[in-house]
Write a new protein. Structure first.
Length: 234
């Protein structure tokens, strides 16, 4: 039986203030291409992905200058004030009976192997979707702010069964759209797509991903991503 094609939504409306750069982090360059272009290329070159929807800020002055901006496989929508609204805006252009990968714009080191493992979730009737994730390996501390400049340990958290949520996150488009709409209407704290689905009672599978799938958030992340992309270590 022919495998269904998959859509991808990339929220890219953020400003990335923690990067301390002169532009949003998705427009910083690695090896002659922006972080966003690396991300989009990885998604669309996967044989199961048929279309990518990217959510861009209404004030964005960079995206239209990228060669990829007029690609026939790419649809641009206006992003929202937060991630959940940006993702929802992207989902509104997709058929409700499809499946969608939602992936961070600033995760350019995603591999096709990780996408393959995540797409296998569609064959598991015991779950309603899945996310790439990595098990917590370090000791976890709960912080307490003593002052504006001092943070101390409140207590140590048990790391058993704790995972770092990554992206992509894979769900039925119609179910995710409804979950995001309900979450936004009820003013829930939606930190990722899985949290919206969890609030609706859906079951989300954790799929262990490649640790190189880092999110570029701070200046120190950029050279590490450059290393991964330059040395073919993905």
């Amino acid at each position: 039986m022919k495998q269904p094609y998959i859509y991808a939504v990339v929220p890219a409306a953020g400003i990335g203030s923690r990067m301390q750069a002169d532009r949003p982090k998705q427009y910083l360059s690695i090896n002659g291409k922006t972080i966003l272009e690396h991300t989009l290329d990885t998604l669309i070159t996967h044989p199961r992905v048929c279309q990518v929807i990217v959510a861009i800020s209404a004030e964005d002055t960079y995206f239209s200058n990228l060669p990829v901006s007029d690609a026939d496989w790419l649809t641009m929508v206006t992003g929202g004030n937060d991630r959940a609204q940006s993702v929802l805006n992207g989902l509104l252009s997709l058929p409700a009976d499809s499946w969608v990968l939602v992936h961070d714009a600033a995760r350019p080191c995603l591999t096709h192997g990780d996408i393959d493992r995540l797409l296998a979730v569609m064959n598991n009737k015991a779950v309603d979707g899945g996310i790439l994730a990595s098990p917590v390996r370090d000791t976890m501390k709960r912080a307490a702010a003593v002052s504006a400049t001092t943070i101390t340990v409140k207590h140590t958290e048990c790391r058993e069964n704790l995972w770092h949520a990554l992206t992509p996150q894979l769900f039925n488009t119609g179910l995710l759209r409804q979950a995001l709409e309900d979450g936004l209407r009820n003013k829930l704290a939606i930190t990722d797509e899985a949290s919206a689905m969890e609030a609706q009672g859906y079951t989300v599978e954790l799929v262990e991903g490649n640790p190189a799938n880092i999110k570029i958030t701070r200046p120190a992340d950029l050279p590490l991503a450059t290393f991964y992309l330059t040395n073919n270590t993905l």
